[in-house]
Design a protein around this ligand. Sequence first.
Ligand SMILES: Cc1cc2nc3c(=O)[nH]c(=O)nc-3n(C[C@H](O)[C@H](O)[C@H](O)COP(=O)(O)OP(=O)(O)OC[C@H]3O[C@@H](n4cnc5c(N)ncnc54)[C@H](O)[C@@H]3O)c2cc1C
Length: 567
Amino acid sequence: MFFDALDVQPGDGEALEADVCIVGAGAAGITMALQLIGSGYQVLLLEAGGRREEAQTQALYAGQVRDATLHPPPDRYRVRRFGGSTTLWGGRCIPFDPIDFEPRDWVPDSGWPIAFEQVQAYYPQANALCEAGRFAYTAAEAFVQPPAPLIAGFHSLDFDTGTLERFSRPTDFGARYAARLQAARNVRVLLHANVTTIDVGDDRTQVRAVQVRTLTGRQLQVRARCFVLAAGGLEVARLLLASRDVHPGGIGNAYDAVGRYYMCHLAGTIGTLAVNGPVSAVHHGYQRDADGVYCRRRLALTADSQRRLRVGNFIARLHHPRITDPAHRCGPLSLLYLAKPFIPYEYAKRLHGDGPVDARTWGAHLRNLAADLPGTAAFGWNLFTGRKLASRKFPSIIVHPKGNRFSLDFHAEQQPNRESRVTLSDTRDALGMPQLLVDWRHAPGDVQTVQTALAVLARDLRVRGVGRLDYDPDAVESEMLRYGAYGGHHIGTARMGTDPRRSVVDGDGRVHGMDNLYVAGAAVFPTSSQANPTLTIVALSLRLADQLRARLAEPAAAIPGRAREAA
Ligand SMILES: Cc1cc2nc3c(=O)[nH]c(=O)nc-3n(C[C@H](O)[C@H](O)[C@H](O)COP(=O)(O)OP(=O)(O)OC[C@H]3O[C@@H](n4cnc5c(N)ncnc54)[C@H](O)[C@@H]3O)c2cc1C
């Protein structure tokens, strides 16, 4: 059932009760609620936004950044409405690799307190919820006929070209699963319910209630047996830090760990990769599996090579030349450049702020268009039908450049770094909550990962005689930082671990020192992998829902806080 906090009248009985209260209805919160359908437990899903985007609600995400060239404003790359940021995401699904879970002595603060297998068990179901088809992440598993090689003749011990990324429709979790939640007898979804504080009882270990406010001034209290913060990787830290009544430094923050170790990913487009031979020597685009799901291969640095080279996780894709530079002479790319005012900020960012925006540049792009009008028109039509009209959208622009001359698009792990953090600023939002101050930082080890991986790839291509990767090794760091932290991946601010001095939640997602408070989402990832986060967020949320189900079934005496309550 859905109801709306805006409709709650003063005196309606301002306290709501549930067994499980989930804060935030994005990928994590909706997944948990779905998994608890039919459990017999009353679930209340509190969502700050409504069914559509609303400017005033979105403004509650505003905040400050220490260096605006390194990180986007906090109200960009996340959406405060039912469905959360899945209303905007690109749908790229990739599981984490087993090595991501291992303690690696060359990656500070690496190692998860749970094994890869514990997450792996939930990946197939997570894949289904993301509508990314079968859980088959190698070309050998995904396709009946083996596809032509990514680059003909390229064999490398360092780079695997057989792994895949798969694409969701992309599924808007709000739109897709609203009817299922509406029909569930044990789930209530409360819209426009902004949680502003978490109330801790006198014993300091039990959350008694969360306080809810609306932008129209209504206030409510929600009491539950357990609470899950699923408000996104930045907002979880904000809620924990802003709840200071009993724990002066914020909840779970006895050792100043909340908001620290903040990671995104490091990405960029670099160099020229010239592949020898005809156009048919390269197959870098999308392939659809038997279910019609778009899949794409990439160059993935193997786990053995990461160990031997002592670097983090890294992948690269063959990419078209830089769109902003008209020297590519490609009509479709120039069309995209000229269309940038109509592309959402998050997707147009890489079309801005790079090279001069003057009449000459525009003229050169227009000439590119004119030189290939039929090709550009066909591309525009395919884009319109493949993205706007299709229910499973063509994921991104793929252009086969003339002469097999590509650039290289990389996506690399960011190491945990205690100095990279979010804190509360002195400015308050319209509900009186302190805004976030984001101080994202990268470390020398992050640069080393990309530098080393590129050098090894260039060597392997040369040794195999299949092509040449030319780039300026001294420009790697500036390329990694050209657009700053990768947007939309908010990782590590309430990381899992066994040591409360270096982590915020335990391996079950429960906040250290708290009995009934849990976190779901990328905030709990101790390391960031090369993979985009959402598939793993969904897998971990399924796991947490199953654990809560088991835990709630325990007799009250087995739960320390409840035993005290009963006494
Ligand atoms: C442009 C873009 C492209 C992306 N592409 C990809 C991709 O290709 N692959 C991938 O894996 N990931 C991608 N992502 C990231 C993906 O969207 C997120 O990983 C995912 O949505 C996170 O899910 P979540 O439930 O943790 O958080 P969210 O989806 O952010 O949901 C949090 C929910 O909590 C609600 N909320 C927040 N604060 C409160 C509060 N105080 N009280 C009540 N409710 C609250 C919000 O309104 C929201 O509904 C992309 C993101 C963006 C922005």
